[in-house]
Structure formats: C-alpha cells, structure tokens
Design a binder for this molecule. Structure first.
Ligand code: EPS
Length: 386
C-alpha cells in the first residue's frame, strides 16, 4: 500500500495520545511550532469546559523526522495528557480500578451501544475512546499535512458560519482574506454574529444545555484533477465527506451549494464556463464547491459540516442505568457547552489529510523533490492542453 494513511491511539484520560502518519515523502520541512499552533487553536474557543484549562497540548515527534525534515518513514506523534496525573487510579493499564463505575449512559453518545457491542460493564470503557479528545491527534496529523500542502502552494482554512442558531451574514464573508476568522474567539468572520453566538453560549451554559453549529473549510491552490470519476471509491467528494463525517458529533456534510441544489433549477446551480483574458477556461461562480465528477476542478474546494450539540448535558436527559436497569438521568461528565470552533480546526485537519492523500497518490510520494517536479509538469500540461 502506498497511500497516505494514519491511525490514532489513546484514551481521553489515559497517559497520552498517539498517531502514526505514514506515506508522506522524504524531504518535507516541518515546523514544530506550526503543529503546536494548530493544537492550541483546537483547545480554544468560547464555550469550552474545564479540561482545556488543565491541558496545554504540545507535540512530541518520536519517529520519521530528523532535524526538521521528514525521512519518508512513519511519523509518530504524541501528546501527553496532563490530566492523567489526576486520573491514574481510574485509568491505569493494570491493577484494580479506583472510584465508582459510570453506569448511566448519555443519549447521543457512544455509551449505550458501546457497552453492548464490546461487552463492557462500565461506560468509562467506552467514553474514554469515543471522546472528542481523540481529535487532538487528528489535528496534529492535519497540521503536518497542512505543511505538506503549504510547500505546494495550497492553503486550508476554516470558519464557523452558524452557532446555536445564529448565522454569519454571508455578505460579510470576504474570501480574499482567507484565514482572517482564525484570529477571532469563535473562528468567525462576522463580529456582530460572533457577539450574538457568545450570548447564546452563555445562555446555554446557565441552562445546563449545549449548542451545535456549522463550520466551513476552504482549500485554495489545488490542481484540477485530484480524485477520479472512474470508480466510486476514488471520487474525492465522497472521500472528503466521509472524512468529515468521521469527526465526533458531525451529522451532515455539504459541498459547495450542497442541500440548496435540491431547491433550485440547474440554470441557477451549475457554474458556467467562460474564457479569461488569456483564453483559458474560467468560472464566475463556485456552487460546485471546487468538485465536479469526483475531481477537483481548480476552484476553491468549499465544504461545510454540521455538529450536533455535545451529548453531555449538565441538566441531564432521561436514560437508563446499565447496572440497576432503572430509568435514571444520564451521567454528568465534565464537558463543554459548545465545541464548534474546535471542530472547525479538526475539519481543516481532516480536509488537509484527504487532499494530501490525493496529491501523494497522483504525484508519487517517495521524495518531495520528485513529487514537486511531477506536479509542476502536470500543471504545465493541463494549462496548455485542454
Ligand atoms: C475534549 C476533552 C474532553 C471533553 C470533550 C473534548 O475532556 P474531559 O472529558 O476531561 O472534560 O472536554 O469531550 C467531549 C465533549 C466528549 O463528548 O467526549 C477535547 O480535548 O477536545
């Protein structure tokens, strides 16, 4: 197998989180601080809970990189869970567990189905791995992929467009200033909408409730022709949607005009093609979100994902106790009121991984210098011959 791939390991309150990323070319320069910056961005955002005050996620690179350059071998990434020091008795690999079991499953979480499927009798055995703490490692992997893409002139950015029912004014989104939202507390371009979103978060926190929302990821600078129409599992829109749907709490994904495509006629959906001043094909709209026929078409890739409200409520919902077999209120684990800004950083990471994988497949991934030469020659050919 030559494709770029990764795997994560670790429990939310275990000693550490780990990822192995394999398949990136040798000779890619990596900046430790760029990875730490994205880890810090995932930890931020108005509405997060107490855990983020305990952790300061910092990357340790244990293999595959020497003096800031990739070697072509598996890259092992690690983040230590500081909170493990407080949880050792409940999370040790051996010995007897301390403290009570968690037995009241939370609706909306992996708890109830997880204990049945894996034959566990403590919900902690499920929630520790299903927790969105795992996304720390996706962000670390994504930060490496973003550096790879940046070396090829490709940028991946995100913004929150809806939170707790408040949406940004689309007119205020300036796509020429990609990444501008990253400086704000909710990763949002629109300060007025952001102020209203923060009010909603405060209200939800007081009510013991949680909030979801929608984020958008944009990728700029991709060559046309990544992915393929030839086979279902090579279509890049399908792979991208799958990668985003795999993020904890994501319930829907749309590309470009997305669900609006079901409301409007074809004349108002498809992006007409014109010739630019140099006689090359160009578009005035991007309702396809940069993907046609399962392939990038050279426009920005624009994808949106909706995150449901976090299932751990401080004012818990009705559920069942797996030990007493009685109806009870769901357990209360410390949690966040809203994690949509954090999810947007995870969305960037998964998108960056999918795009990096498609590039490695198309242009070969042994040495960075060969990959760059293959990409340049392809870009030149499709510029001339179309
Ligand atoms: C998270 C860490 C978790 C939660 C949250 C995300 O920390 P703890 O469980 O110690 O409070 O804040 O996880 C969930 C919302 C969840 O449902 O599991 C993180 O690092 O992102």
């Amino acid at each position: 197998m030559t494709t770029l791939r990764f795997m994560t390991a670790g429990e939310s309150h275990g000693p550490c989180l780990t990822a192995i990323l394999e398949g990136l070319p040798a000779g890619l320069k990596l900046d430790e601080e760029a990875i730490n910056r994205d880890l810090a961005r995932r930890q931020q955002g108005y509405g997060r809970g107490g855990r983020m005050k305990i952790e300061t996620d910092k990357i340790r690179v244990l293999s595959g990189v020497r003096f800031g350059e990739t070697l072509g071998g598996p890259i092992t990434l690690q983040v230590v869970n500081r909170d493990f020091a407080n949880w050792g008795g409940r999370m040790a690999a051996f010995g007897e567990p301390e403290g009570p079991k968690v037995t009241a499953a939370r609706p909306g979480h992996a708890d109830l189905t997880g204990i049945k499927k894996y034959n566990r009798h403590d919900v902690r055995d499920i929630l520790e791995r299903s927790s969105a703490r795992e996304t720390t490692m996706r962000v670390a992997v994504g930060a490496v992929c973003k550096e790879f893409l940046r070396a090829l002139g490709v940028e991946v950015v995100s913004q929150v467009v809806t939170l707790g029912g408040v949406s940004v004014d689309p007119k205020k989104i300036d796509r020429s200033q990609l990444g501008k939202a990253h400086d704000s507390e909710l990763n949002c371009y629109d300060p007025e909408a952001e102020a209203k979103m923060k009010e909603k978060i405060d209200e939800a926190r007081k009510a013991g409730d949680t909030l979801g929302g929608i984020f958008e990821v944009t990728v700029r600078g991709l060559p046309a022709g990544l992915g393929s129409h030839i086979q279902w599992d090579r279509r890049l829109d399908g792979r991208l949607a799958g990668a985003l749907m795999s993020i904890q709490a994501i319930k829907g994904v749309e590309i470009g005009a997305g669900f609006t495509c079901g409301l409007l006629p074809g004349s108002q959906i498809h992006d007409e093609v014109f010739l630019d001043a140099e006689g090359n094909p160009c578009r005035k709209t991007n309702r396809a979100g940069g993907l046609e026929g399962g392939m990038t078409n050279g426009e920005d890739v624009v994808v949106r994902a909706v995150m449901k409200p976090i299932p751990t409520l401080m004012k818990p919902l009705h559920s069942v106790d797996i030990e007493s077999r009685q109806e009870v209120l769901a357990c209360k684990e410390r949690s966040d009121t809203c994690a949509v800004p954090a999810a947007s950083v995870v969305g960037e990471a998964m998108t960056a991984f999918v795009m990096a994988q498609a590039i490695c497949e198309k242009f070969g991934s042994d040495a960075m210098v060969d990959l760059k030469a293959a990409l340049a020659s392809y870009a030149e050919r499709i510029r001339k011959d179309w």
